[in-house]
Design a protein around this ligand. Sequence first.
Ligand code: DC
Length: 225
Amino acid sequence: MSENNERRHRVIAIDGPAASGKSTVARKVAEALGFLYVNSGAMYRAFTWLALDRGVDCADGEAVKELLAGTEFSCEVLDGAGVVGLDGRVAGDEVHGAEVNAHVSQIAAWPVVRDQIFEVLHAFPSGHDVVMEGRDIGSVVFPDTPHKFYIDASPEIREARRRAQGLEDSIADRDRKDSTRAAAPLTIAEDATVVDSSHLGVEQVVEAVVDQLAAQGLPEAVRRG
Ligand code: DC
């Protein structure tokens, strides 16, 4: 095995609640470091979209399980991002619609769904260094990574951000469901660096994350500083 293949691939975990700004920040950090960007929420959204499209009741565990068993999940790399393929199809902007927003937390609460997405997320780092964002990346999916961040913002500011995007989203409802579910709830990992983005611009949050990574000795972040 070559030296390059023996190197362990790195994971930067960026978690946080809905509309905290973590997607934009994670994508920019990935670009800055030359890492693959992986949005785990988009995977829960893609499967939720599929369930709605097939007329599956998201509250019916057996029906969700059946759909899951009949769907082939694959890892795809598209424009510098790691995305999930469902039966070979990569979802588009439709996963950000109001219907998906209203049902995704219900789908994400099913442990069988989480187990499946967990497998997909673990399949990426075998070939890539990644910046991965979500709710449980630092706490459950990659608990051993030393690079963990939790991007927060006040509920009022997060609601305002969604309104400014012209998107209908039940932030408070998703916050409650994502934080109180039994399986891998949204939580701040003990060793995560918390960044409150309420009164910061995107570039300032990116800088805070990259500075912390440089302080942790991540070579790509040190070179950028
Ligand atoms: O990041 P987002 O708002 O696009 O995520 C959509 C939903 O997916 C979120 O409300 C809960 C779920 N999710 C999750 O349960 N675990 C993750 N790691 C990422 C998202």
